[in-house]
Design a protein around this ligand. Structure first.
Ligand code: NCD
Length: 313
């Protein structure tokens, strides 16, 4: 399978790509990780535009690092306050203009659906780098590449998602994608207030025929799982501070809590971490969240080169 089918395509929702396309991207991501120097010039003459209307460290900078490593160039803004949005410019107008300045646009926005809207005004590929509490497809690609590299085949895994499953867009995208791989079992560990959105539950159950085990206790599944996906309580999406304060320390992963977990468990976290994983866990070989952040560069190199349809060495 080559990646030609991805040329010119938008990535708004992880379902935009077929399983074959996802696998081809992962294969390319692993090749780029092994021999980045082979790809050092393949985006020469190309420009990536970043439109970030929400804070970001890893996503924006790993996109930028990816583009620079491919020999391309980057421009954009990392804060809506320094863009013309602050003067009242519409998203559609900003996109129409940026479309002429860059060969692909990477957008993060607090409003769900904003990158989708942008894709309707753009002639170049638009990549969703996170829209509100909705989706974050390139984090999912990062998570998949980490699994592929450190685990091998992505199949027959018992996976626990823990934390803010209501607002956590990384969870929504990863759940919607992992359920397309064979033999997955999901444990959804959250306070009742932060269970996954009803529409996602319906989709997983009725469209993908997935059995979901929802529980407020990590202890219910810690011994069985192969992957523990920890997430931050998404403070910025809460309607009131009081509710956030009540829920913010719902789960704190410690060395002690991992005592009964499998030897080959993998602990992932999209980062940033606030309080949900204690620093002592970082020393545990099962903690892979920093390697995961590294993988984000390589999968974004693969994605950028594929959607811009550049010739690979
Ligand atoms: C995540 C996000 O922005 O959704 N961060 C990231 O992109 N790695 C997770 C989060 O902010 O909690």
């Amino acid at each position: 399978m080559n990646l030609e089918s991805l040329k010119g395509r938008h990535l708004i929702d992880p379902e935009d790509f077929t399983m074959e396309e996802l696998q081809a991207l992962l294969d390319l991501g692993l090749k780029m990780e092994a021999r980045p120097e082979d790809y050092a010039d393949c985006c020469k003459g190309k420009i990536m535009g970043t439109l970030f209307y929400e804070p970001s460290t890893r996503t924006r900078l790993s996109f930028e690092s990816a583009m620079l490593r491919l020999g391309g160039q980057v421009l954009g803004f990392s804060d809506a306050a320094v863009s013309s949005a602050a003067k009242g410019e519409s998203l559609a107008d900003t996109v129409r203009v940026m479309d002429d300045y860059a060969h692909t646009l990477v957008m993060r926005h607090p409003r769900e659906g904003a990158p989708k809207l942008a894709s309707q005004y753009a002639t170049v590929p638009v990549i969703n780098a996170g829209d509100g509490g909705h989706q974050h497809p390139t984090q999912t690609l990062t998570d998949l590449l980490t699994l592929q590299k450190y685990r091998g085949a992505i199949e027959n895994l018992q996976v626990a998602f823990c934390g803010d499953l209501l607002f956590g867009r990384t969870v929504h995208s990863l759940l919607k994608t992992l359920c397309r791989f064979p033999g997955m079992t999901f444990y959804l560990v959250s306070p009742t207030e932060l269970r996954i959105p009803g529409h996602l539950r319906d989709e997983l159950q009725h469209r993908y025929h997935i059995t979901l085990h929802e529980t407020p206790h990590l202890d219910d599944c810690i011994e069985k799982i192969d992957l523990l996906y920890m997430t931050r309580i998404q403070k910025e999406r809460f309607f009131n501070e009081e509710e956030y304060v009540k829920l913010k320390d719902s789960f704190i992963l410690t060395r002690d809590k991992l005592k009964t977990a499998k030897e080959d468990l993998m602990v992932l976290h999209p980062l940033p971490r606030v309080n949900e994983i204690q620093y002592e866990v970082d020393e545990d070989p099962r903690a892979r969240y920093f390697e995961q952040a590294t993988m984000g560069v390589y999968i974004r190199m693969a994605l950028l080169s594929a959607v811009m349809g550049v010739k690979l060495a």
